[in-house]
Every structure is written in structure tokens, then in C-alpha cells.
Design a protein around this ligand. Structure first.
Ligand code: NAP
Length: 220
């Protein structure tokens, strides 16, 4: 599969390494340009490209940058990207620590719905509730006892099925977490966030989530 990754920090770097190890073609981009990605490209065999190039010509595009920075991506980035291309959002809204206030999210729009609105196309939300180091190191074959499960939310059934397969390939049990408007169940502060539960644990945690943002995860 051809995978474009926009953002090559903790999560983007982990996904680049793991997807390359699985044999996928990976194109990586950050805000500083391809020259700054020479080391990651040399290490992994990924292609270092511009943000526009990462968004184009791939089967799957992963947006994995700080939430507030999604607003600074070109507004037409995906305008001519075919509808069948799957876009994954790994983002989390950290109002106090990093992102500042985003009014729509504070008013109840889910974080990934807000991202989808900025990008002008739907996204599939996953990889947001696992620490980057665990994403890099803790994948195991299907059927392994205690295999970590990851919630996957999205409105497009075909796109979600593609992403669930990729999650499985990376060594994690995918759990269907519903639609983007239900994806508050896996946002920061919820029971599933950062916990490394297995599939039964993820289902239970999603069911027990509360839609109200906890004070730690609201703008002050
Ligand atoms: N860290 C975790 O364990 C973790 C876990 C789950 C989810 N997340 C979420 O996933 C997202 C990424 O987190 P992270 O920890 O990987 O971030 P990070 O380590 O801070 O890396 C951010 C990356 O985004 C790039 N970037 C920023 N603005 C950009 C822009 N406008 N265009 C292109 N690239 C841009 C940066 O490029 P430059 O360096 O060139 O600026 C950098 O490569 C965040 O929303 C985070 O909350 C993080």
C-alpha cells in the first residue's frame, strides 16, 4: 500500500518505521521540508516529500500533527485527492498544554469532526489513544493473549475497514468505535485514553465514557 504521512514526530515517526517494516511504500512530510527528513528517509527507506506530495498519489494519508496546526494546512490540500483515498487523523486536542482554545471543540464538536471540517473531507480516527513508544514496540500477532486493542472511528465504512486492517497488520486488535460524532469516546480524558486495554477492555471503556470534557482537557 502507498501511505503518505504528514507529521513525522512521535507518532508519525513510529508509523513510518512500522509501516516500512511491513513493506509499505511510505512518503513522509513535515513543516520544515524534505531536506530535514534525510535521516528518517535513510533509516527507513521512506521518501521525504512536501506536504502536498504526501497528500497526493497515496492510498492512505495520515495526518499526525498538533491539533492547532491542522488549521494551518493549505485549505485546498485534499481538494483534488480522489474520494477513495483514506485519511487518518491521530490527533488530540490539548488546550492547556499546546493547542490553545478551539471554540468548536469546546462547544462539543468532536476533535476528529473538527479536523475533517478543516481538511474538507472525512477522516478515520485511530492511533490517538496509544503512546507513540507503545505503537512502535508493542504490536504482536493476532491471537496473542493481552494484545492491545485500538478504537477506530469513522463515518465511511470502507475507509474504516481499510484502517482496521492496517491496525491489525501493525499488531493491534482493531475495535469499531462508531462514527466520528461518537469519537468523543476515545478522546483525551476518557477511560480508553492511554490505557493499552485488550479488545474487551476497549469495548468496556468506550461504553463507560462520558461526553463531558474533564477540566484537565478544557480550555481555561
Ligand atoms: N506523542 C504521543 O504519544 C501521541 C499519541 C497519540 C496521539 N498523539 C497526537 O498525534 C498528533 C501528533 O503527535 P506527535 O506527538 O507525533 O507530535 P510531535 O512529536 O510534536 O510532531 C509533530 C509533527 O508535526 C509536524 N507538523 C507540525 N505542523 C505541521 C504542518 N503545518 N505541516 C506539516 N507538518 C507539521 C512537525 O514537523 P516539524 O517538526 O517540521 O515542525 C512534526 O513532524 C498530535 O495531535 C498528538 O496529540 C500523540
Amino acid at each position: 500500500m502507498k501511505i503518505g504521512i504528514i507529521g513525522t514526530g512521535n507518532i508519525g515517526g513510529a508509523l513510518t518505521r512500522r509501516f516500512r517494516a511491513l513493506g509499505h511504500e511510505v512518503a513522509v512530510a513535515n513543516s520544515r521540508g524534505p531536506a530535514s527528513l534525510a535521516d528518517l528517509a535513510a533509516e527507513t527507506g521512506a521518501r521525504a516529500v512536501t506536504v502536498a506530495e504526501a497528500a497526493h498519489g497515496n492510498d492512505v494519508v495520515i495526518v499526525t500533527i498538533p491539533e492547532k496546526n491542522v488549521a494551518s494546512l493549505p485549505s485546498d490540500l485534499f481538494a483534488d485527492v480522489p474520494a477513495g483515498v483514506v485519511v487518518i487523523d491521530t490527533g488530540n486536542y490539548y488546550p492547556q498544554q499546546r493547542d490553545g482554545r478551539i471554540d468548536a471543540i469546546e462547544s462539543g464538536t468532536t476533535e476528529s469532526r473538527w479536523v475533517a471540517d478543516r481538511l474538507g473531507r472525512t477522516v478515520v480516527k485511530t492511533f490517538n489513544n496509544i503512546m507513540a513508544q507503545h505503537l512502535l514496540e508493542k504490536g504482536v500477532p493476532p491471537g496473542t493473549a493481552g494484545r492491545i486493542a485500538l478504537p477506530v472511528a469513522g463515518d465511511d465504512a470502507a475507509a474504516k475497514a481499510t484502517v482496521m486492517q492496517l491496525v491489525d497488520d501493525l499488531g493491534f486488535d482493531p475495535v469499531d468505535a462508531g462514527t466520528l460524532d461518537e469519537s468523543w469516546r476515545q478522546q483525551p480524558g476518557t477511560p480508553v485514553y492511554g490505557k493499552d486495554y485488550d479488545a474487551a477492555g476497549v469495548r468496556k471503556a468506550l461504553a463507560e465514557a462520558s461526553e463531558e470534557r474533564t477540566p484537565e482537557w478544557r480550555a481555561v
